[in-house]
Write a protein that binds this ligand. Structure first.
Ligand SMILES: Cc1ncc(COP(=O)(O)O)c(C=O)c1O
Length: 412
C-alpha cells in the first residue's frame, strides 16, 4: 500500500486542492445550493468506510462483514426520520438527480404524466427538462407562477383536472417563496394523483423548523443532503410506509449498486448536527440574511423575481441593469463573489446567457456572517454589476472581500 501522504505522493492533486481551499476561504460563496460542511462531516466522508461493499439494506445484505455498516446506515435513517418526521427513509441515493429518478421509477410506468413546475419558473432539470432521459420516459406537463410571483395554484388545479397526472411534483431550484403543501395535496386528492416534493434546496430550512414541511403530508419527498442541510454531497428519499418497499427496490437493485457508506456516515453526522438546537438558529439566520440582501438590492432598483424571498435564495432579473446574467457572473467571479447565471421566468434569453443571476446565503451564514455583512455585500454586488467592465473596480472589491473573509475563517 502507498503510505505516503497526498502531499508527498501526488503534489498535482494536493496543490489543486490547496488552491481550491484558498478560493473557498477568500471568496464569498453565494451559490444557493452550496455550503461548507463541518470538519466532523469531512472526517466521516474521508473515512475507511469507503472500503466496504454493502449491497442491500440493513440486516439484509449481499456481502459479509456488514455489521458495522448496518449500524452506520441505521443511525442515518433514524436521525433523518427524527429530523423530518418521516415514516420511511432511504439514505442510499448517490445524489439528488438519482433520488428523483429512483422515485419516479418506483411508482410510475413509462408514459405516465407528471405535473411539475416550468423550468424557467424555478423547476429543476430532473423535473422534465427535454435534455434529460426522464423527459423521453414520462409525459411532463408544467405549471408556472402567477403575476405576483407565487405558484399559480388555480392553474395547477386546472391542469391537474385536465391532464389527470399520476404524480404532482413540487420543489424547486430557483423559486424563493414558501409552498402551500396543503393546497397541492387537496388538488392531488381530487384527481387521485400521488404527491412528491423535491426539497433539495430547502431541506435545512425545513429541518431547522423555518419552512413548511411536506413530509407528514406527501407520498414521497426527495432531497439532496449537501445544500442548506449542510451535509455531504448526496441524496435521500422519504416516503409513507405504503411506498417503502417500492422505493427501496427502485433505489437498489433497480437503479444503483453498492451504497457509498462513507457518504452515508457523513450524512448521519450532518443529521446529528441538524438535530442540535443551534441548527434552528442557523436556519433562521440564513433567511434573515436573504431578507436583508433583498431589502438592500430593492433599494438599489434590482428586480427580485417572484416578488420577494421567503427562503435562502434570490433570483434577480438584471434586464434593467444593462448586463446579462453571464456578464454579471464573470464580473462577480473576478471580484471574489461566486453566484450563478440563471434563467428568469419566461426568459427571452438562453440558458447559457440568461437574463438573471441566482444567489443565496447558506454558505455565508455558515461562516458566521450576519446582517451587517449582508448590507456590505449588497453594496459590493451593486458596485460590481454597475462597473462590470472596469477591472480596477473589480480588483478593489476583491481586496476588500479577502479582508472580510479573513475575519470569518473556514477550516483553520
Ligand atoms: C430541486 C433540486 N433537485 C435535485 C437536484 C439534483 O441534485 P444533484 O445535483 O445532487 O444530482 C438539484 C440540484 O441542484 C435541485 O436543485
Amino acid at each position: 500500500m502507498n503510505r505516503q501522504t497526498l502531499a508527498q505522493f501526488d503534489s498535482d492533486i494536493f496543490s489543486i486542492i490547496e488552491k481550491e481551499r484558498k478560493r473557498q476561504e477568500e471568496g464569498l460563496e453565494m451559490i444557493p445550493s452550496e455550503n461548507f460542511v463541518s470538519p466532523a462531516v469531512l472526517e466521516a466522508l474521508g473515512s475507511i468506510l469507503t472500503n466496504k461493499y454493502s449491497e442491500g439494506y440493513v440486516g439484509n445484505r449481499y456481502y459479509g462483514g456488514c455489521e458495522f455498516i448496518d449500524n452506520v446506515e441505521q443511525l442515518a435513517i433514524d436521525r433523518a426520520r427524527q429530523l423530518f418526521g418521516a415514516e420511511h427513509v432511504n439514505v442510499q441515493p448517490l445524489s439528488g438527480a438519482p433520488a428523483n429518478i429512483a422515485a419516479y421509477l418506483a411508482v410510475l410506468k413509462p408514459g405516465d404524466t407528471i405535473l411539475g413546475m416550468d423550468l424557467s419558473h424555478g423547476g429543476h432539470l430532473t423535473h422534465g427538462s427535454p435534455v434529460t432521459h426522464m423527459a423521453n420516459l414520462f409525459n411532463f406537463i408544467r405549471y408556472k407562477t402567477n403575476a405576483q410571483g407565487v405558484i399559480d395554484y388555480d392553474e395547477l388545479r386546472d391542469m391537474a383536472r385536465r391532464h389527470k397526472p399520476k404524480l404532482v411534483l413540487v420543489g424547486y431550484s430557483a423559486y424563493s417563496r414558501e409552498i402551500d403543501y396543503h393546497i397541492i395535496k387537496s388538488i392531488a386528492d381530487e384527481t387521485e394523483s400521488m404527491t412528491m416534493a423535491d426539497v433539495a434546496h430547502i431541506a435545512g430550512l425545513i429541518a431547522g423548523g423555518q419552512m413548511n414541511n411536506p413530509v407528514p403530508l406527501f407520498d414521497i419527498v426527495t432531497t439532496t443532503t449537501h445544500k442548506t442541510l449542510r451535509g455531504p454531497r448526496g441524496g435521500m428519499i422519504m416516503c409513507k410506509e405504503k411506498w417503502a418497499k417500492q422505493i427501496d427496490k427502485s433505489v437498489f437493485p433497480g437503479f444503483q449498486g453498492g451504497p457509498h457508506e462513507h457518504n452515508i456516515s457523513a450524512k448521519a453526522v450532518a443529521f446529528k448536527e441538524a438535530l442540535q438546537p443551534d441548527f434552528k438558529v442557523y436556519a433562521k439566520q440564513i433567511m434573515t440574511n436573504a431578507k436583508i440582501l433583498e431589502e438592500e438590492l430593492k433599494k438599489r432598483d434590482y428586480t427580485i423575481c417572484f416578488g420577494q424571498t421567503d427562503n435562502h435564495l434570490l433570483l434577480i432579473n438584471l434586464a434593467n441593469k444593462g448586463v446579462t446574467g453571464k456578464e454579471a457572473q464573470i464580473a462577480l467571479d473576478k471580484a471574489g463573489i461566486t453566484v450563478n447565471k440563471n434563467m428568469v421566468p419566461d426568459d427571452p434569453r438562453s440558458p447559457m446567457n440568461p437574463s438573471g443571476i441566482r444567489l443565496g446565503t447558506p454558505a455565508l451564514t455558515t461562516r458566521g456572517m450576519k446582517e451587517a455583512e449582508m448590507r456590505q455585500i449588497a453594496a459590493w454586488l451593486d458596485t460590481v454589476i454597475a462597473h462590470h467592465a472596469n477591472e480596477s473596480v473589480l480588483a478593489g472589491v476583491k481586496k476588500d472581500i479577502i479582508a472580510l473573509c479573513q475575519k470569518y475563517p473556514l477550516y483553520v
